[in-house]
Design a protein around this ligand. Structure first.
Ligand code: ADP
Ligand code: MG
Length: 778
């Protein structure tokens, strides 16, 4: 016998055949007819007879109808089937029950919970009723169909219904007692075994009719289920064959207990008020709050589950985007920036003096930034561009524009090494335009610091470069108009907010070399506008990336020797500074010694994070002057370093690094028009997955592509460093898969302008209570 969902699915299937012209109306009608006849009992049970009659009338062959009417009929038929699904496969009514509870009621007051279990439930992030309702099952068991013992196969998880025929007990040893029941369902016998559960004897008496749900095994020619779920039935018709949720668990809370707890809580679903706008639900054809929650906890059909899960995706991203857009609006409303007067004369001089031509992408980004700076509302823009795409040039031009309008600028970088390097370069470039630049980092001497701060306050400095020392509270500016933050992935949302809250509202430009796909950036950093440099300076050759197992190193050494003869330079990168007891990996210090021996005709330098910053600078200086030919290093060289003649990089234990990190590292070579090479080595026993991942990386030079691959492999949580970016751990949305939904919803909220709704904001606070940054922002 088919259940309702199967009946409707069968009809859908037959219609698909018609659509594909594999069947004609004359064949369809009898198929529908016999389906109706053989499911009569079921149709009756669900009061579906009338609807079925209607459907049958729709599929009657009417040959005299013209083709367009035939098409229309087919279309109507499909619509009727969707109506059937919504009517019979999804819960409809709002039951009125007593005992309405506050959603914030501590879970410990729920029957079957108590203090001890409520503490365990905290591991699942369940503290109150609301949390429990939004704990999605990880899967569902379909117990709607009864399988016969005769038909059940080895390893199949299924529901059987039969009579207890026999019982025996086996004492294996003192600690283990097995109780075996023989169950007969008329088609065969199955042994149902329980271990150390004596009390079950009281339930499963001879001739009791009982349903068992579990995994069938064939052992020594016998069919067996071990510790299945069971339900005692008066007769076979009492069977509650439903779809049952499988909840995530934590140690100390079994599936059975979890289900019992949820059973206590589920009635509360019917009291919940919808917070999604009516129009939103209609636009995207979603389920209402009662339907979608019953759809996961007490689903009527797999269609019900599916529709609920889609609705939850929409719901979740609705709340998230709403929070972001709401905070964006708030920032915009409270902050008045400067409307800058930029005529572009100064930047023209600078651009004409460059010894290269700006790429179109650089020009575009610059125009976007300039337009923002002219507007009164403060700029809040992300500049994404691959390593070496020329972001610094764009930053310099923006600083010049800002200077021309009469404002000071601040450039903030993540490390002091990088600050010094940027300082040396940028100072030279901007001096020609009379921009006065200073460096302020943690290690700047106190006396000098004080001088610099004074000069910033009275406007004698136009550009300050440094680490976050430059945004500390005691640093005051005369007229700060532009803050540029380099390498955004190290700065959190909060730091950005605290910058904005510093009183005045300077323009903010965040630069990142960890690009993410544009749509993703736009939707996730809803409060930022995005500029993208998606074009490399002309003449750049792609870095050739070669994946090797490390027993190939000899060949790589030979290759490098040839490069060194051409006056080129090389990097060797290791995951560790020195030997570690914990992991057996090559380290920079030991390899420095080895490589010095192998390349005894050349100077080999060593660079790592434990060195003092003076030492590090010295080494980098020597490497850039070619006094050092080979640099053995850890990842400290990750950002910013610019050595045009470095043409080879060897990254050992490449599987130890994330793809985005590898890409950053690789960006240190290929910074001129010479052909460069990146060798990734791994031991030969890395997993197949890792190998695939690294192969994909080797084939892709584009940072956007690499970040997509990285995102796919790592998942959003790890990719973004959730905490830092205030992006919550989504329960339903998969930000790599659901981009389309994210975009649709964002557009909807923007257009509908439904911000500042109290009910929705309340819901956001409950839903994302662990994302403090997000909550703070709304
Ligand atoms: P990013 O900060 O994006 O990694 P940089 O701004 O440091 O890249 O630029 C890398 C190198 O490319 C620098 O040496 C810079 O002078 C040079 N460069 C920048 N723009 C261009 C261009 N349009 N054409 C040629 N070289 C460029
Ligand atoms: Mg840079």
């Amino acid at each position: 016998m088919k259940h309702v969902e199967e009946i409707i699915e069968s009809m859908e299937y037959i219609i698909t055949l018609k659509e594909k012209n594999m069947k004609n109306w004359e064949e369809i009608f009898p198929s529908f007819n016999s389906l109706a006849r053989e499911s009569y009992k079921e149709l009756k049970k669900f009061n579906m007879i009338e609807d079925m009659k209607k459907i049958l009338s729709y599929v009657k062959p009417l040959n005299m109808l013209p083709p367009e009417r035939q098409t229309k009929r087919l279309h109507n038929l499909k619509t009727s089937l969707i109506d059937l699904k919504n009517k019979y496969l999804i819960s409809q009514t709002t039951n009125i029950k007593e005992n309405k509870l506050n959603l914030f009621t501590d879970i410990k007051y729920i029957k079957h919970v108590g203090t001890k279990r409520s503490n365990l439930l905290k591991n699942l992030n369940i503290e109150n009723i609301y949390d429990a309702l939004y704990t999605a099952p990880r899967d569902w068991e379909d117990r709607r169909k009864v399988k016969t013992i005769y038909n059940i196969s080895d390893g199949e998880t299924a529901l059987i219904v039969g009579k207890v025929a026999n019982m025996d007990e086996v004492n294996i040893n003192k600690g283990l007692k097995i109780i075996n029941f023989s169950i007969n369902d008329g088609t065969g016998i199955m042994t149902i075994s329980f271990f150390n559960q004596d009390y079950i004897k009281n339930y499963l008496k001879k001739d009791t009719i009982c349903a068992f749900y579990g995994k069938a095994e064939y052992n020594f020619g016998q069919k067996q289920m071990k510790s299945p779920d069971f339900q005692i039935l008066e007769n076979k018709n009492n069977l509650q064959n439903k779809i049952i949720p499988i909840y995530p668990l934590t140690s100390g809370i079994s599936q059975n207990i979890m289900r019992k707890i949820m059973k206590q809580i589920n009635p509360q679903i019917y009291y919940l008020e919808e917070f999604l706008p009516d129009k939103f639900i209609k636009t995207f054809n979603l389920l209402n709050i009662n339907q979608r929650l019953t759809g996961i906890h007490e689903p009527k059909s797999s269609y019900h589950i599916k529709k609920s899960l889609i609705t939850f995706k929409y719901e979740e991203i609705f709340l998230f985007e709403y929070a972001i857009l709401n905070s964006k609006k708030k920032i915009k409303k409270h902050l008045k920036g400067y409307s800058k007067n930029i005529n572009g004369e100064l930047s023209k001089i600078y651009i004409n003096n460059l010894n290269f031509k700006l790429t179109n992408a650089q020009k575009r980004a610059h125009i976007e930034i300039r337009e923002d700076m002219k507007k009164e509302s403060p700029m809040n823009r992300l500049l994404q561009g691959d390593v070496g795409s020329g972001k610094t040039a764009v930053a310099e031009i923006s600083i010049i524009d800002n200077f021309e309008a009469g404002f000071q600028s601040a450039l903030m970088v993540p490390t002091s090494v990088l600050a010094k390097q940027q300082y040396q370069k940028i100072k030279l470039n901007l001096e020609k335009i009379n921009i006065k630049t200073e460096l302020l980092i943690g290690e700047t001497k106190e006396k000098e610091k004080k001088e610099i701060k004074d000069k910033l306050k009275n406007g004698e400095i136009d550009l300050i470069i440094g680490t976050h020392a430059i945004i500390q509270n005691d640093v005051e500016f005369k007229k700060l108009g532009l803050i540029i933050i380099d390498e955004q992935h190290r700065f959190g949302v909060n730091q950005r907010l605290s910058l904005i809250q510093k009183g005045s509202s300077p323009d903010i430009l965040v630069m990142t070399a960890t690009p993410i796909p544009r749509t993703l950036a736009l939707t996730l950093y809803g409060d930022l506008d995005v500029s993208i440099i998606d074009e490399m300076p002309s003449g750049r050759k792609k870095v050739k990336t070669i994946l090797n197992s490390d027993n190939n190193l000899k060949n790589i050494y030979d290759f490098i020797k040839d490069e060194l003869k051409k006056e080129n330079q090389a990097f060797f990168i290791y995951p560790l500074i020195e030997e570690s007891e914990a992991i057996d990996l090559k380290n920079a210090k030991d390899m420095h010694e080895q490589i010095s021996k192998i390349f005894s005709d050349y100077n080999v330098g060593l660079l790592h994070g434990k060195m003092k910053s003076v030492e590090k600078n010295e080494i980098m200086e020597k490497f850039s002057k070619k006094e050092i030919n080979i640099l053995v290093s850890t990842t400290v060289i990750e950002v910013g370093v610019d050595i045009p003649d470095a043409t080879v990089m060897v990254i050992e234990h490449a599987d130890r690094f994330g793809l985005s990190q590898l890409h950053q590292l690789r960006g240190r070579v290929g910074r001129s028009n010479k052909q460069s090479y990146c060798f990734l080595t791994t031991s030969s026993n890395i997993s197949k997955e890792t190998k695939t991942k690294l192969t994909q990386f080797s084939a892709n030079n584009d940072g956007f592509k690499v970040s997509e691959i990285d995102l796919k492999w790592r998942g959003p949580g790890k990719f973004f460093g959730t905490q830092q970016h205030g992006i919550p751990d989504f329960k339903f949305i998969d930000i790599t898969e659901d981009l389309k939904i994210i975009e649709e919803v964002k557009k909807y909220i923007e257009q509908d302008n439904i911000l500042d709704d109290k009910k929705i904001i309340q819901e956001i606070k409950m839903r994302f209570k662990n994302s403090t940054e997000l909550i703070k922002a709304i």
